[in-house]
Design a protein around this ligand. Structure first.
Ligand SMILES: Cc1cc2nc3c(=O)[nH]c(=O)nc-3n(C[C@H](O)[C@H](O)[C@H](O)COP(=O)(O)OP(=O)(O)OC[C@H]3O[C@@H](n4cnc5c(N)ncnc54)[C@H](O)[C@@H]3O)c2cc1C
Length: 168
């Protein structure tokens, strides 16, 4: 949840459910639809689930897609991909935008390194792109399992505690 400048609150609720299931909820009947959604968080503190049941707007449904970890392609002359197009992953490593920016910078550097030889530049760029994105995609997939696995939310608590320990 975060609070906006006008005092309203906006937040995300994430669920591991088939896309058809979530789309089958009728948010046209807002109280019933929101109650059905909040029912998925049975046992959670009421002061958290009220953010769902008291929502004044229809939820925006955003399915999460990911390419298979380690996805790669054969060199295609004159073409390459960067960012999510190259390595779409779930947002649970918080690295997709960082990687997209890094890809762009690395591609520019490769083009400068091989003046007049775009194929050499793209081949060099992709040599580093695949291992780099695979490593982050693996971390993202592991975190996805932490967030939605049978040990959640304690697996997430452990994750944040391990980060806190590193920073200390
Ligand atoms: C809930 C969530 C939380 C996230 N949190 C983080 C985070 O904390 N840190 C982080 O680093 N990353 C995070 N990400 C990931 C990050 O948002 C993406 O990895 C990043 O936006 C990818 O950038 P991109 O430019 O490759 O693709 P996009 O941002 O998807 O940009 C592609 C653009 O191309 C446009 N487009 C598509 N088709 C066409 C077409 N045919 N013609 C013209 N334009 C077209 C699209 O409209 C879009 O504007 C998060 C993602 C989600 C969903």
């Amino acid at each position: 949840m975060h609070r906006n400048a006008d005092g309203s609150a906006r937040g995300y609720a994430a669920l591991n459910r088939p896309e058809d299931w979530i789309r089958s909820i009728d948010f046209g009947n807002a109280p019933a639809g929101l109650a059905q959604l909040a029912g998925q968080f049975e046992g959670w503190a009421g002061h958290l689930t009220v953010f769902i049941t008291a929502s004044q707007v229809e939820p925006v449904l955003r399915p999460i897609y990911a390419l298979p970890t380690g996805y790669w392609w054969r060199r295609t002359p004159g073409l390459t991909l960067i960012g999510d197009a190259a390595h779409l992953m779930s947002p649970f490593a918080g690295e997709g935008a960082n990687l997209a920016l890094y890809d762009g910078a690395e591609l520019a550097k490769a083009i400068i390194r091989y003046p007049g030889d775009i194929e050499a530049a793209l081949a060099a760029f992709e040599r580093d792109l695949f291992p780099r994105s695979t490593e982050v995609a693996e971390a993202s997939a592991q975190n996805l399992a932490r967030f939605f696995g049978p040990d959640a939310p304690w697996s997430v608590v452990e994750l944040f505690e391990s980060i806190r320990d590193i920073e200390l």
